[in-house]
Design a protein around this ligand. Sequence first.
Ligand SMILES: [Zn+2]
Length: 108
Amino acid sequence: MSSTLLPCPFCDGPAQLRSFPRGADGRNDYAVGCRTCDAATRVMKEKWLVTSAWNRRTEMTPAVEAVFDLHREINRAEQEMALIVNRLGVALERFTFRINKEEAVTDE
Ligand SMILES: [Zn+2]
């Protein structure tokens, strides 16, 4: 069985096999997830189970396509929100800097 991971079905991003220590027995649990968006398989006990789950693709029906479109839309919205939050942070820093400067001037 090939362990090559197909790209993400939602965003076409690269996939990554992740392992998690299971506990005292020193063995791992596994999941496959997208490096670009938050799509991922469930955590499972066997590598081959998560890779085959990730690589299994469902037939594209209109309902499935609608779910994929929604997922892409949510990703886009999350990226836009991250940009806005970043810009707000920069604006807040500038504002704080100006306030501090004005306070320093009025203290003199
Ligand atoms: Zn993805």
